[in-house]
Design a protein around this ligand. Sequence first.
Ligand code: GLU
Length: 555
Amino acid sequence: MENTQKIADLLFPHIQKTPADFEAMYPPRNLPEGARVTRFAPSPTGYLHVGGLFGALTDYMVARLSNGVTYLRIEDTDKKREIEDGVSAILEGFQTFGIAFDEGVTGFGTESGAYGPYTQSKRVELYQTIAKDLVVRGLAYPCFCTADELAALRDKQEKDGALIRGYFGKYAKCRDLTDAEIEENIKCGKPYVLRFRSDGDENKRIMVEDMVRGKIEMPENIIDEVLLKSDGVPTYHFAHVCDDHFMRTTHIIRGEEWIPSTAKHIALFKACGFRVPKYAHTPQVLKIDEQDGTKRKLSKRKDPEAAVSYFAENGYPKEALLEYLMTLLNSNFEDWRRANPEADIFTFPFNLKKMSASGALFDMAKLRDISKTVISKMIAEEVYTRALAWAEEYDAVYAEILKTNREKAVGMLSLDRGGKKPRKDIAAFSEVKGYFSYMYPELYQKDYTLPENIAKADAAKILKDYASVYSASDDKDAWFEKIKALCAPNGFTPNVKEYKANPEAFKGHVGDVSTVIRIAVTGRQNTPDLCTILQLLGEETVQARLADAAAFYQA
Ligand code: GLU
């Protein structure tokens, strides 16, 4: 190219602005010293992956703790990945988990903030202005190679055994077209892409300071990367460079899959005359494959829990997923939580440098444990209200039962709650239904299976004996005295120690006797405090269930 200005005008006759216009339009942010500007930049796929929430949480924490700004940018330059309204579901996911962006896209077609538009397809004029300027400065050129020519180039590189593959150096046919050739091609309407003219040296390496991984060395970029596709829309590589500059991002926090492209991006920042932001590449969210035990990426296709919506649908409290993701973000989170049990999670002093670089292992069992702890700390009314809110959205029948039996439900949920060692057996609000199903005749399913050490005849006798002494007004002490009194006449001992010392001498101990009663009235071998359950069930139901179970064992 000889007269670059002429070629630039030929390629971009409609572009009148200059980079300086955009510099003026998007001035540096007026933020306190040390404030960090981060962004979450998904494609509008209508799906929020747990890995996305993990990344966004990182952006959010970094900005928040530094009194900075975090914004949501929609990267919709790859039309193949897009769906009609691919934004709302993503935003809904963030809303559920209390991640509030300071600016950016706020809904399908809506946004807020002074650095917008925050959707890439609405920023084409900006990209083309920067691209035009690169052409003027001889740093970009049109490439008219057809798909067939590019395929032939790949074949040739394969045959040559070229170590570096792509459009560069001697393979870059259009790099040295003359102005006349370019003009001729344009006149004939030949489609073209705009390529970066790299001045990289294949023998040189660059050092990237990654905030998570430390220094990463990689070869300098030598590829003449596509900046604008044939429809004038930018590639991710070029778009993010322009956007992160003009949206004044200080820290590009993104998935580790982008590490290999970083040399290219740094070269582009420099060519555009932009300051290179800091980079932090977050680890992938992994899981152990149930089939073969290997670690692999948490997959949208294979793992239902890869979708953030899974947790809302299944009634996991949002706090649990956040707490869990925080443990994956920084391994010292758990210590911090122990020392600050009541603190707002977003005040955790998150540190990018303490992030593990080797992959965050997502373990549902661990998440469920955390969730049980979270729910165990709630008061019964809160569990009730949230279980009802969940049921109203996902289980109308259960919602109705909860509404018409409010007192009973709150009573049940109060069992073994509060105190130093609350019961930890509900991991999700959806589980409240199954957990207490025996409280509601509409849901109750009897199951009279006995533990192996208890004979049916003994169970029948215990139940009959208990039915004759049971009183709905028994308090805990009276109730327990009665259970103990049932032991000896039936060959059991009220004393567990005694049983353990001489198991041959007894059919079982007081725990077995109460288990028989528990199974008869709840269909479960384990429940919270049985005495209270009997009180909540009421005399009529208790007597009916005792009789029914006794008859079953006798038959
Ligand atoms: N749109 C890119 C993606 O979805 C974002 C990468 C980045 O954060 O820069 O992977």
